[in-house]
Design a protein around this ligand. Structure first.
Ligand code: NAP
Length: 309
């Protein structure tokens, strides 16, 4: 916990311990920068919501995300870079130094890397908030085992939805994948794999209008966008994967962002404030993958090293 009166001066504070933040820590440690990593929830970030990753180079057949993150963390630990579990509330610049205010206190640093990642975007339909933890979930790895031999619905057509539908088909007796279009954003290899899975049933050109149930999920009301018909489908679980929202509220109004809150950087990962850099999924870009998040972590630490020199 941070001492509220502390005036520790770091070279670098990294906000977020997902893949990008951990790689930034690894590179900063090798540059021998006096570095601290602050993480709000858990080391690993969003990736640990997925069971495994198949497209990280060097691991044919895939690797469990927990193991991959453990390996990243070990490399950071070996360089004696501390990781503290504290939520950052804001950053205040003063004479070339940044004050980082957390829920527990304050830290001073010469530079900052924001690697705060994203969180799942809610669907925004009736019943969703009320039934979270009662059948509504945003994490297959966490909640999948609760749905053994049950019928569930997965919403979305991106990588996350298709990957999770495949993973959840290992527990559920039937997975209905509801997507609002015929085409998918997900990579073709995932789409093919889901289409060959006998437990996955596709309900396309359709949206959920409401999640129904008294104290737990009992079904969903589905509107067909093809013919406007409405029907109810009984199910015990609804897994929602309809995109991501950046965790950047703590610097809103300070840094240049797009309308959704993704931080805008240049190619060296400078933000609009000198000495603050951003990497990983919290920044505006066109590919949100672990592989480029890692590369950006390395680049951000390199840019910090140059900035401090
Ligand atoms: P995403 O790629 O943005 O896909 C979101 C999906 O949800 C889209 O199919 C979208 O439909 C649908 N959607 C959005 N709002 C909706 C609404 N209100 N009602 C119904 N459907 C809605 O998000 P994601 O799958 O969460 O992935 C986030 C990022 O992480 C992506 O860039 C993804 O590639 C990356 N990722 C990669 C991997 C991997 O490579 N292994 C794994 C997980 C995530 P439309 O297509 O019609 O817009």
């Amino acid at each position: 916990m941070a001492d509220p009166m502390a005036k520790i001066s770091y070279d670098l504070i990294i906000i977020g311990a997902g893949p990008s933040g951990l790689v930034a820590g690894l590179y900063a440690g090798r540059y021998r920068l006096n570095t601290l990593i602050l993480e709000r929830i858990a080391v690993g970030g969003q990736i640990i919501l997925s069971h495994s990753i198949e497209n990280f180079p060097g691991f044919p057949g895939g690797i469990a995300t927990s193991e991959l993150i453990e390996r990243f963390k070990k490399q950071v630990d070996d360089l004696n870079i501390p990781i503290k579990r504290e939520e950052v509330l804001g950053i205040s610049p003063r004479d070339g130094i940044y004050n980082i205010k957390t829920k527990d206190g304050n830290y001073e640093t010469k530079s900052v890397i924001i690697a705060s990642g994203t969180q799942p975007r809610p669907l925004g339909v009736g019943g969703e908030d009320r039934l979270i933890g009662r059948g509504v979930s945003y994490c297959g790895t966490c909640d999948g085992p609760l749905f053994k031999n049950k019928e569930i619905v997965v919403v979305g057509g991106g990588d996350r939805a298709i990957e999770e539908a495949i993973f959840l088909s290992g527990y559920a007796s039937k997975v209905s994948l509801i997507h609002r279009r015929q085409g998918f954003r997900a990579s073709k290899i995932l789409e093919e794999s889901a289409k060959n899975n006998p437990r996955i049933n596709f309900i396309l050109e359709s949206v959920i209008e409401e999640i129904v149930g008294q104290n737990k999920v009992e079904g969903v009301k589905i509107r067909s966008l093809a013919n406007n018909s409405l029907r109810e489908l009984g199910c015990q679980g609804v897994f929602i994967f309809v995109g991501i929202t950046p965790n950047t509220a703590f610097v809103k109004g300070q840094l240049q962002m797009d309308e959704a809150g993704f931080i805008i950087t240049d190619e060296d990962l400078n933000t609009s404030l000198k000495g603050i850099f951003a990497c990983g999924d919290c920044r505006k870009k066109s590919l949100y993958q672990v592989i480029n998040g890692c590369g950006e972590g390395a680049q951000a630490a390199h840019s910090v090293h140059k900035y401090l020199q």
